[in-house]
Design a protein around this ligand. Structure first.
Ligand code: SF4
Length: 259
């Protein structure tokens, strides 16, 4: 197991809502279902002072920040102050983001002395901006995310990429572009529960089910067939940075492939 596997991490968050407003967002679904936020208010980010003020102790797990929102320019300063609290308590931190260059440059500058305690994990599910814009309307384009990765890498930080969810059937293109700038791992996973088995999937709960999103979700589901995942596995299995999320490793195991 890798040091920064998701199951070994401890979550930390200070904001409710996310201006990236991804159609498949699990955090949005949960927040709306539990009544923490109204559907239409999700893209408006609300700083949670009480979460920011909470006492942070040294954890025996890596702290993952954030897990239910993102780091966007509007709350960058609070994110930096909160990251400082995390590392000051002696924690290693995994910063997970669909990154904005402005944010990554400032974080890299502020945490030079803590480089060894920080791993960046940037989410990139496609190289195609039309695809990214559809599924992640408020998030940065591919070039900006790649530039963030290059920037953090060139500044000597540990870097990782999450291709979860894969948003098209060309994830090999993402891997090819990011690989030279990844010091750690590249995680690949499916888009889960978009339509759900009873038609009440995440697109419905997130208020994003339209004829177009349904058609695109069906296309994604088709691309994520066992047969295609096995082909993808075969094409990437020699790359020792690749890691398969459970949504894919369970398929590989079913077909007796080593993961
Ligand atoms: S970036 Fe993450 S938290 Fe923000 S909307 Fe997208 S999936 Fe949700």
């Amino acid at each position: 197991m890798d040091k920064h596997d998701d199951w070994k991490t401890k979550s930390a968050n200070i904001i409710t809502g996310c201006s990236h407003d991804c159609l498949y967002c699990y955090s949005k679904e949960m927040a709306v279902r539990y009544g923490w936020v109204k559907l239409e208010d999700w893209p408006t980010e609300r700083f949670r002072q009480h979460s920011f003020d909470a006492n942070i102790k040294k954890s025996d797990r890596i702290v993952q920040y954030p897990t239910s929102h993102d780091i966007t320019p509007v709350h960058l300063d609070q994110s930096i102050q909160f990251l400082q609290k995390i590392v000051d308590a002696g924690n290693e931190v995994m910063i997970v983001s669909k990154p904005h260059l402005e944010c990554i440059k400032k974080i890299c500058k502020e945490f030079v002395q803590y480089k060894k305690m920080i791993l960046f994990r940037f989410t990139i599910g496609s190289t195609d901006d039309k695809v990214l814009k559809f599924w992640e309307p408020g998030a940065p384009c591919f070039k900006e995310r790649l530039n963030c990765l290059k920037y953090a890498f060139n500044k000597g930080y540990q870097t990782s990429v999450s291709c979860e969810p894969m948003l098209d059937n060309h994830i090999d293109k993402v891997v090819g572009k990011v690989d030279p700038f990844v010091t750690e791992t590249i995680w690949i996973g499916k888009a889960n529960r978009l339509l759900g088995t009873t038609g009440r999937g995440r697109l419905v709960f997130n208020g994003k089910l339209t004829p177009e999103s349904k058609q695109k979700a069906l296309q994604l589901i088709e691309w994520q067939s066992d047969e295609n995942l096995i082909k993808l596995y075969e094409s990437l299995k020699s790359n020792n940075k690749i890691r398969w999320k459970t949504s894919i490793s369970s398929v590989l195991q079913k077909h007796s492939l080593p993961v």
